[in-house]
Design a protein around this ligand. Structure first.
Ligand code: TPP
Ligand code: MG
Length: 539
């Protein structure tokens, strides 16, 4: 190898990536490719000096969801680097989820220079603006060498600001994905400063936005959907209002929590007295909340989390933050929602007496995972049935829960969990990340089991509830209309993949938990790296 010559591509890559780090980026997920080499080599050099963490993933869809998990957990936008062509399309599912869930992300796609676009050049497609409906900021950058290198530093600052919601057209205060399309000409890489360092600076703060004031006096219900966060509990406390918090809300805590909220919402007399709903995050887990938010006889104030406002009733007030005006607390109203159910039953009592050598069902599974998890741990629920069971059955708790409820896809769940684990454990923190998901969701993202041997191994338990296919469809409309064989073939989609050798092939440890005792034992054991736990479930 001859000593690399100077390359404007590398100068630009250095400016851009050091700029990203200086504005708060902590993680870069890169996928191999030639056109993006200046970015990849600069990223690796920055990682060598400890300035940033780099994670290498060959599949861009896996890379995208890994970055999403890193960003979800850390709050800082992870940056993605890929080459031109179909590679860029691999980011699309994660970019869509990031938009709808309000997760910051920075997509750096290498491209051919303008003279090689639209003329049939190899691996060249239409990349500028390709994520436009979902991107906070979409830039087709100048070719390095044609532009002053300083513009790439400024681009970094703009990208981070837009990703975290510090600036951006009409969406200030809301985080989301940002796309920088970066054309490069040969020489595609050259000499790098050695060592290459950057000092991580503070993240820009999201623009606060004008608060919407809500006063006491109206009988109010606070609803916390996915990623609502602690603000929901704050608003409930300040207003003295009952709080309905989905298990994925990050707000299922405190004395204002409504237990078994579905049943309460079915109580027509009680629900009929609601005058106002303050909703935070993205509720998706129950028909009851969906119906509540469609009501037009209520005042609805919705705090926007993702790029799209929540407005099923057509008349909701769009808010960034809520200020509660002090006033008298209606204790009767709070008690009507939060008092234990009159018949003495609690949501937790249903199968308390189960034998430990008995098989596991979904309720036992989610309760066991919940009981085994502490504040050091992280939980990620996949889409489909299990997250709904968890929402129905689990009490409040001090565990940080994630879920990709922006679009509720079954894709990218393992990758998201790995990203969450890597971010949560980056500073040597204790704890285990647990992903609880269905078998089809697992198989959909099986490529995420491929982790580079030379990167720190995440402590993660991927817990697959294996019912042989997509049993959610057994309870959906199609089960009533489709012939049984068609339902099975096109919706349930039966599978009998051998998960143990699959885990072994990727170097993951494997545990089969067929009984309650085996599950509890697997969850209590020390976790040192990636582990697959298979839990057989009845269809
Ligand atoms: C990317 C994507 N494709 C398709 C769907 C539709 N879908 C929702 S749930 C589901 C089946 C999930 O099966 P599994 O993970 O085994 O969970 P189970 O229903 O058995 O609990 C499918 C295909 C989706 N949500 N996302
Ligand atoms: Mg299944």
């Amino acid at each position: 190898m001859t000593a690399p010559a100077h390359s404007p591509a590398t100068d630009a890559a250095v400016r851009l990536l050091t700029g990203l780090v200086e504005h708060g980026v902590r993680d870069i997920v890169l996928s191999p490719g030639s056109r993006s080499q200046a970015l990849a080599l600069a990223a690796i050099a920055l990682a060598r000096s400890g300035s940033v963490r780099v994670h290498v993933r060959i599949d861009e869809r896996v890379a995208g969801f890994t970055a999403l998990g890193l960003s979800r957990e850390s709050g800082a936008p992870a940056a993605l680097i890929c080459t031109s062509g179909t590679a860029t399309a691999g980011y699309l599912p994660a970019a869509m989820e990031a938009f709808h869930a309000g997760v910051p992300l920075i997509l750096l796609t290498a491209d051919r220079p303008p003279e090689l676009r639209g003329v049939g050049a190899n691996q060249a497609t239409i990349q500028p603006g390709m994520y436009r409906p979902w991107a906070r900021l979409s830039v087709d950058a100048a070719v390095p060498g044609d532009a002053d290198p300083k513009v790439f530093g400024a681009l970094a600052a703009d990208a981070v600001a837009a990703a975290v919601g510090a600036a951006g057209e009409g969406l200030d205060g809301v985080a989301g994905p940002v796309h920088l399309n970066l054309p490069f000409r040969e020489p595609l890489s050259g000499a790098l400063p050695d060592p290459l360092r950057a000092t991580r600076g503070p993240l820009p703060q999201p623009a606060p936005g004008e608060p919407v004031r809500v006063g006491a006096g109206l009988r109010t219900l606070v609803v916390a959907g996915a990623d609502a966060g602690p603000d929901a509990a704050r608003i409930a406390r300040e207003g003295g209002w009952p709080l309905i918090a989905e298990v994925v809300s990050g707000a299922r805590v405190g004395p204002h929590l409504v237990p078994a909220y579905r049943e309460r919402l079915h109580d027509a007399a009680l629900a009929g007295r609601i005058q106002r709903v303050v909703v935070l995050g993205h509720p998706t887990l129950s028909r009851e909340i969906a119906a509540l938010l469609r009501r037009t006889d209520l005042e609805i104030v919705a705090v926007r989390r993702g790029g799209e406002r929540l407005n099923p009733s057509g008349a909701a007030v769009d808010a960034r933050t809520i200020e509660v005006e002090p006033g008298p607390v209606d204790a009767e109203w709070l008690a009507a929602w939060t008092a234990p159910a009159g018949d003495g039953s609690t949501a937790g009592a249903a199968d308390g007496g189960r034998a430990t050598d008995g098989p596991v069902d979904r309720a036992v599974l989610v309760r066991a995972v919940w009981a085994a998890s502490t504040a050091d741990d992280r939980l990620l629920f996949g889409s489909s049935r299990i997250v709904r069971v968890a929402d129905q059955l689990l009490d409040g708790g001090d565990v940080r829960v994630h879920a990709n409820r922006g679009l509720a896809g079954i894709d990218g769940t393992i990758a998201t969990g790995v990203g969450i684990a890597l971010a949560a454990q980056a500073g040597g923190e204790p704890g285990t990340a647990r992903v609880v998901l269905g078998d089809l969701s697992f198989l959909h993202d099986v490529g995420s089991l491929l982790l580079p041997a030379d990167e720190p191994a995440p402590r993660i338990q991927v817990i697959v509830g294996n019912d042989g296919g997509g049993t959610i469809f057994d309870g959906l409309e199609v089960a009533g209309t489709a012939p049984a064989a068609d339902l099975d073939r096109a919706f349930y989609t039966p599978q009998s993949v051998a998960l143990k050798p699959l885990a072994a092939a990727y170097g993951w440890t494997y545990v089969r938990a067929g009984t309650v005792a085996e599950l509890e034992q697997a969850l209590a054991a020390e976790v040192t790296g990636p582990q697959l736990i298979e839990v057989p479930l009845a269809r």
